[in-house]
Write a protein that binds this ligand. Sequence first.
Ligand code: ZN
Length: 332
Amino acid sequence: MTCVLAIDIGGTKLAAALVDEAGSMLRSATRPTPRAEVMVALAALIEEVTGGGPAPEAVGIGCAGPLDLAAGTVSPVNMPSWRGFPLRDEVRKLTGLPTMLAGDAQCMALGEHWLGAGRGSSALLGIVVSTGIGGGLVIDGVPLLGPNGNGGHVGHMSIDPYGERCECGGRGCVERYSSGPNLARWALANGWTPGAHGPADTRDGSADARDGSADARALAADARVPAADARALARDAAAGDPVAVAAFERGARALAGMIASTAAAVELTKVVIGGGVSAAGPVLFDPLARALDDVAGLAFVRAVEVEPTTLGVRAGLAGAAKLAWDHSRSAV
Ligand SMILES: [Zn+2]
């Protein structure tokens, strides 16, 4: 049995898996991201997944950004102990294997293209709508990473040059309108009372709900807005709360502007949306479809299809595995 080692590194969770050439996960494990000594925790996780199992041929890593692909270094916003950290070399030294690195949202897009909702699409944009907004492009089956690994950074595309100042320093970025904390922020500022439409803790046991809860933990890591707010906002929107509904409509309209612009730039055929906020379902996707119908003009832009993730939190690991497999095959 041949396999590769896939690693997904985020601010709240480290995940690793052995993945075969068909995309099946043979073994996998996760653990919380520690505040410090992340590499020690990652080494233990790798040992847990690989120890006693089939030997992987290569390693693929998806890591929260920013990153510098030329240098193989990462500086994840939510991981202050890693600044310019030489992740690719460290993992290569640890495993003795060829090691490929990309951004976490780029890996999500690649995973969805390989095994999920983006399968077969010739020009795919994957979007992660969560605490922030990340993205990745897969064109003709190849991830468009950019010279330094920052390609697909759609969360910081401006959809309003006269709009609000973004934390990145830019103005009118889509993240400022559509991320979980920003949806909740706008709703609170416009009179929303969280939980007015039911208990704060009704959860079902579906796969989507579990995926959502993983991202809710990511939301919890963001001190700007309490964890429950984006989820509570989705619940209240589903219950018809007018301010919650308006918040999602506003966020969806910003996403539609970004999607239409990206579609015009690279002739997207498909968009796959994941991340905790995408678990909101129709309260996000219905106004998004209406907004795209209004915003998009040219026929090829109007033709872009938008779908929710089918892999959920596993998309990043799937994409990291694909990175490793593509490298393995090209090296033969
Ligand atoms: Zn920005």
